[in-house]
Design a protein around this ligand. Structure first.
Ligand SMILES: [Zn+2]
Length: 465
């Protein structure tokens, strides 16, 4: 019954017996210091609500339920519920009434449920539980602890809430509320053996739910975070710390592993620029959620004097580009979600998107911090877009039409690459050069030198299956 209410609670440090079963779940969170529960996201205003009200609430609830232990439990749940509904509710006069209403509802539900009666009986005289609840109320984490644990906690709680009812309560009591197997057996009125097996199967399921986000030995970035780096990774132009992050994710995510491998094959097959040519490209990968992942970029030549000036500025400012300097390496549609920007060697560049005064549908990418400028500066951008590069027709929903167009500038060897799932059939290129077979994906492509005011197009059709 508590499960939907517990998103803000987390056991940071497992008891010694738990460590083995839990270490895969939250390795980084485990290294955090606090013992017991941790009330996440509570900044000072709500903390103050707790401080101001827990005394009288405890007395009030104890009158209703008659037991100190149960009252503590109920007050705690009252605060959890209040916190979830709390949006800076500042009228202190009505705050007491609001908290009293929540507490009364929780207390009455508690008294009415057979599980609650068992719980009260069991808790009486059980010092370890009482102590546990008391210490649980004490700790308020630092902002840093909260930030580190927040995303992971949300994932874990989301995954627990998806377990079948029988496993859910057992896993919750055992691993979130930190009760022993024997205590859980008492609380849920079932044999110790059943608790153990439900914990076992529950954890197995959790592992599957969480495998995209968590692997043994490290907290792993999610797919969207990984997308930012996949093409750099595929090209082998990535900083060691980013490589580590990506590989952590790939170890847990088959989709991204397949995509990274396809991008590696694609990168090896993209026709390089000849001497004196500049290279532009756009790779579009339609994702299952309807958005498109875009890797795009090109090369800018920077003349000697400007190069020296820019690099001198970077050196003098620790890489920060002063406000007066508007170094822009591109303009793109405002509806793109720009995920990342990289240089020749895969250093991440910090940027700001500034509306283009001449055209509100476009934004300018203004660089704010970077390591260095290269004589032939390669820009690698990553973005998600809602544009549909592939569409199906009403007449034949199995028939997909893909269209790409290059807006990346001219006087350069330009390339367009559209990802097609490997299971697709009857791929036909209407405009373009052909198809690169790259494992989990094929890439329809169009490549050629594009002169000033020219546009490169790619058009293809295929059957989904
Ligand atoms: Zn992934």
């Amino acid at each position: 019954m508590l499960l939907t209410e517990v998103e803000i609670l987390l056991p940071f440090e497992p008891s010694p017996g738990q460590r083995d079963s839990l270490c895969w779940m939250a390795p980084q969170a485990m290294q955090m210091p606090p013992r017991g529960w941790c009330v996440l996201e509570i900044d000072s205003p709500f903390e103050q609500v707790v401080v101001n009200n827990q005394g009288w609430l405890l007395r009030y609830v104890k009158k209703i339920v008659g037991s100190q232990e149960a009252a503590e439990d109920i007050v705690q749940e009252t605060f959890i519920r209040a916190f979830k509904a709390y949006d800076g509710y500042q009228e202190t006069g009505r705050q007491r009434q609001w908290l009293r209403t929540i507490a009364r509802n929780v207390a009455f539900r508690y008294l009415g449920s057979p599980a609650a009666i068992r719980e009260v009986n069991l808790c009486t005289g059980d010092e370890s539980i009482v102590h546990f609840i008391e210490t649980a109320m004490d700790h308020v984490p630092s902002a840093e602890e909260v930030a580190l644990a927040n995303e992971l906690t949300r994932r874990i709680m989301e995954a627990i809430s998806k377990l079948p009812e029988a496993q859910r309560s057992v896993v919750y009591y055992r691993f979130v509320r930190d009760f022993s197997v024997h205590q859980v057996a008492h609380l849920t009125n079932q044999p110790v053996g059943s608790v153990k097996s439900k914990c076992h199967y529950g954890l197995q399921k959790l592992r599957r739910h969480l495998s995209r986000y968590v692997v043994e030995g490290g907290f792993v970035v999610n797919c969207k975070d990984a997308y930012a780096f996949l093409f750099q990774y595929a090209k082998g132009r990535i900083m060691p710390e980013d490589r580590e992050k990506v590989e952590g994710h790939l170890a847990a995510c088959k989709d991204c592993t397949d995509l990274a491998e396809s991008l590696r094959i694609l990168a090896a097959n993209m026709t390089p620029a000849r001497d004196g040519e500049i290279r532009h490209y756009l790779i579009a990968i339609p994702l299952s959620d309807g958005t498109t992942l875009n890797y795009f970029g090109g090369t800018s030549r920077v003349d000697d004097r400007e190069l020296q000036r820019m690099n001198a500025i970077l050196e003098a400012n620790g890489g920060v580009i002063p406000r007066g300097e508007n170094w822009t390496f591109g303009i793109h549609d405002a509806n793109l979600e720009h995920l990342a920007e990289f240089d020749n060697d895969g250093h991440k560049i910090e940027f700001e998107l500034v509306p283009n005064p001449r055209d509100p549908s476009k934004v300018q990418v203004i660089y704010r911090k970077m390591v260095k400028v290269y004589p032939e500066h390669i820009i690698g951008s990553v973005a998600l877009s809602r544009d549909k590069y592939v569409t199906t027709t009403i007449e034949d929903p199995n028939l997909v039409v893909g269209k790409l167009q290059n807006y990346l500038g001219a006087n350069a060897k330009s390339g367009l690459y559209l990802a097609i799932p490997a299971g697709a059939k009857n791929i036909r290129i209407r405009r373009g050069n052909g198809v690169i077979d790259a494992g989990a994906y094929k890439f329809a492509f169009s490549e050629r030198y594009v002169a000033e005011d020219e546009c490169l197009r790619l058009e293809c059709t295929y059957l989904k299956s």
